[in-house]
Design a protein around this ligand. Structure first.
Ligand code: NAD
Length: 467
């Protein structure tokens, strides 16, 4: 495996230490990876701070050119990046390729946006303008489920607005981000983009760093709370995209055979390791048995294996900790419900779990109440749709949710009552760069993507002139 380097101040540098990155499909060491020290984190922040005055003064058209050039480079190297992503993350190569091209598309999307001065009042007595100014150095902290695309929620809007950035990928999936840093190092001036890695030990220091003006964080709710606490002393800007326990509610007018493949995909995409995966499924009692049977059939037929093998639909879980957590939840679910598909582990190395469907389980069971973040779906029976919505809402999370019905009016009325940042109808987990995305309740704070997401990388500044 090629040599990986940190990107600090436009230079590719070795880490002060190294760490192993494991291929989750084989449990073998995939690469020795640099691990930054606290001193290297400080160097990266200092480089970003030094690059800020010139970058923020660069015309926005030039900054857009840089974003397009990054997108070009990602597309040109898509094959290599996708293969690396599969090897470190586990996802099938087709999904990895989709993530790579999606990343390029997210960079391009932001080049269509602008930050014009808005005139709020232009009357006899005064002229008032609203400006959007860059913040300074941004810290971008990314999890291991979608290392590239979640990074692309942050980097393009941050750079477009005139900020500079220090990116910190998750310790178990640093390689594609390091590779990207290497590929784009000459596209932006030195220090505008920096990539450092850690062993889960630099996130707090990046958050608390006095020269970092904002943290854009994606990860678990527990860590998000630490970021919020760490940022409080300086009243640092934060955007938090956190965990979820999305409910799907299927009404009695749905055809189980037709809906089951879509529901399965909503829950098991990326092996369920998606913040907005459907994590609990409420099905009306009149179609419950049939829906459970359909879902079990699809789960039984799924091809689980190394993501590099042609035909694989679901790869391994990304890391050992998550693998152990999901196994424990499945074991516990055997007491709380009935496992009708999956549940067993093929005898091989790699963090593999077959897609698992659990029926006759209900609220109060850990698998229903907690975020499993893995390939296991509890299917819960209900009789009253209003009650199903109330149960969906009775969660500290509020990231996404979905209503499934052949009657759009019925679905819309219930969607309106769901307490989440996004509600889908007859689909789940669809994201696009132009659609703002954020969580309600403990699923997050603030918004990413779209114009609202761009605005979060700016300081609103009013100029109010007397006449
Ligand atoms: P995590 O919170 O353990 O780690 C996320 C990142 O935070 C990693 O880069 C990690 O190194 C870093 N980190 C660890 N300790 C830190 C600290 N004290 N301060 C700052 N950063 C620190 O999350 P994970 O296990 O990598 O990811 C899975 C979680 O992320 C799930 O809960 C999932 O729902 C959530 N997620 C949310 C979204 C969203 O957009 N809402 C998207 C993807 C994943």
């Amino acid at each position: 495996m090629t040599d990986f380097k940190l990107l600090i101040g436009g230079k590719l540098v070795a880490g002060d230490q190294t760490m192993d990155v494991i291929n989750p499909a084989t449990e073998e060491v995939l690469a020795k990876c640099p691990r930054a020290s606290k001193a290297q984190l400080d160097q990266a922040v200092a480089a970003a701070k030094a690059a800020f005055p010139a970058w923020s003064a660069t015309p926005i058209a030039e900054r857009k050119k840089a974003l397009n050039a990054i997108a070009d480079i990602i597309e040109k190297n898509a094959g290599e990046l996708a293969r690396l992503l599969t090897q470190e993350q586990g996802k099938p190569i087709g999904d990895a390729t989709g993530e790579v091209y999606g990343t390029a598309a997210f960079f391009r999307y932001f080049t269509a946006l602008d930050l014009p001065v808005k005139v709020l009042d232009d009357s006899e007595g005064r002229r008032v303008e609203a400006h959007r100014k860059p913040l300074g150095v941004i810290g971008a902290i990314v999890p291991w489920n979608f290392p590239l695309i979640l990074m692309a929620f942050k980097v393009p809007p941050a750079l477009l607005a005139g900020n500079t950035i220090v990116i910190k990928p998750a310790p178990t999936t640093p390689l594609t981000t390091l590779k990207l840093g290497e590929l784009i190092r000459d596209v932006v001036p030195a220090g505008v983009v920096n990539v450092i890695t850690d062993a889960n030990d630099l996130g707090a220091a990046l958050t608390a760093h006095p020269d970092v003006r904002k943290i854009s964080f994606t990860g678990s709710t527990a860590t998000g709370a630490k970021v919020m606490a760490g940022a409080a002393a300086m009243l640092k800007r934060i955007t938090l995209e956190l965990g979820g326990n999305d409910a799907g509610i299927v009404l009695d007018d749905v055809n189980p055979k037709e809906a089951a493949p879509k529901l399965f995909q909503s829950a098991f995409q990326n092996n369920g390791q998606v913040c907005i995966a459907m994590k609990r499924l409420y099905v009306h009692e009149s179609i419950y048995d049939e829906m459970c049977a359909e879902l079990a059939k699809i789960a039984d037929a799924a091809i689980v294996g190394d993501g590099l093998k042609q035909g694989t639909q679901l790869g391994p879980l990304q890391n050992k900790m998550q693998f152990e957590k999901v196994k424990e939840l499945i074991d516990e679910a055997r007491k709380d419900g009935k496992v009708i598909a999956g549940g067993t582990l093929p005898e091989q190395s790699g963090y593999f779990i077959r897609p698992t469907i659990v029926r006759d389980i209900t609220d109060g069971a850990r698998l229903v109440d907690e975020e499993q973040f893995g390939p296991v779906l509890p299917v819960i029976k209900y009789s009253d749709p209003e009650d199903a919505v109330a149960r969906a809402n009775a969660s500290p999370y509020g990231l996404g949710g979905s209503i499934w019905s052949s009657n759009p009016d019925r679905a819309y009325a219930l969607a309106d009552k769901m307490e989440s940042g996004t509600v889908w109808v007859n689909k789940h987990a669809e994201l696009a760069p132009n659609i703002p995305f954020g969580g309600a309740k403990q699923s997050g704070l603030g918004t990413e993507l779209g114009e609202e997401g761009l605005a979060e990388f700016t300081q609103l500044k009013i100029i109010n002139m007397a006449r």
